[in-house]
Design a protein around this ligand. Sequence first.
Ligand SMILES: Nc1ncnc2c1ncn2[C@@H]1O[C@H](COP(=O)(O)OP(=O)(O)OP(=O)(O)O)[C@@H](O)[C@H]1O
Ligand SMILES: [Mg+2]
Length: 377
Amino acid sequence: MNKKIMLLGSGELGRELTISLKRLGCYVVACDRYARAPAMQVADEFRVFDMLDGQLLDQHVKELNPHIIVPEIEAINTDMLMELEEEFVVVPSARAVSLTMNRDRIRDRAYELGLPTARFAYAENLEELLACYERMDCKVVIKPVMSSSGKGQSVVHAGRRQDAAQAWHDAVGNMRGDRAKVIIEEFIEFDDEITLLTIRQKNGHTIFCPVIKHEQVHGDFKNSQQGGFAIGGWEQKAQAMAKLITDDLGGFGLFGVEFFIRNDEVIFSELSPRPHDTGLVTLYTQDLSEFDLHARAMLHIPVASVSLMRSGACCTINAHHAADDYEIMGLDQAEQILSVQVMLFDKPNCYPNRRLGIVFGSSLEVAREGHAKISIQ
Ligand SMILES: Nc1ncnc2c1ncn2[C@@H]1O[C@H](COP(=O)(O)OP(=O)(O)OP(=O)(O)O)[C@@H](O)[C@H]1O
Ligand SMILES: [Mg+2]
């Protein structure tokens, strides 16, 4: 009998994972808060419900009785996932999903494991935040402990108490959940920011994808590249750190481990217990994409190693405006450029900065050239 997979979160990453799972003969049920989400368009079945609602989550899981539950986004009721794990398999594990959903929990774990991180402190009210900020006395990033894609994050220079106070309000106003808590982190002036895709397999053999470099604007990923650039002596250090923390989290699947690189120093930032948005480039570059690898790890199909078929890069297509309907123009012109490929996510509507597609190319320059041909109306 083919495996029934319940996918919690049906965005563009979920869509690619669904395709990878379908290619391995799985039956996929895609779930999300809204209908016609990208993964629902290619899945066998879909369900629309609020996955933060524990009772609803429990009810749908029990009705569907899946072999494997695969969280694809952070906004899921993790307490209920922990309970459900007594009866069902959660990928990579409910603990990994729960720890990584909370910045403070994964940061504390990294600290306990001895991984180098930026200096940090936590605050649960404005006074605490201001006290930490003054004590740290440096440029900082202030982030809600629960949020993603840069929501509620601010960079504040030293000696700007007013800005720090404003950052508290922005963080609390844009956080997920009801825990008013922020992390205040020393701002790292890094040379590079990387994702190390790390695959934890049942056969005990952890494998890594070639390093992905990426650029973020206001905490949201805009481009990434893989291959075609020099990597310093830090790669093995990063791999050892990724192995340490993924072994601690446990379970089987692909993790996106984020690091800052400064000279030869490797500084742990955070991680996703699932395919990473910066890893979309692997659809263009690798023999098995990050989605193919996540699918194989959860199905216990061993992979010996990952090969880079070609170097590549991608740039995201983001909306500028809010609209119930939109059209993406210029694909024909973009794809006339040698090596450029455009991928669209077919999201039902747009709002400022919503990611609607991606442009791949053989290098960052080429991907950017393709991206410049695209417009949204
Ligand atoms: N301490 C720091 N020093 C310098 N830059 C930082 C720091 N913390 C965060 N950033 C920048 O902000 C980006 C987003 O931060 P982070 O990854 O912690 O947030 P996020 O909202 O969880 O993003 P996502 O979950 O989408 O990866 C980072 O990729 C980095 O570019
Ligand atoms: Mg991140």
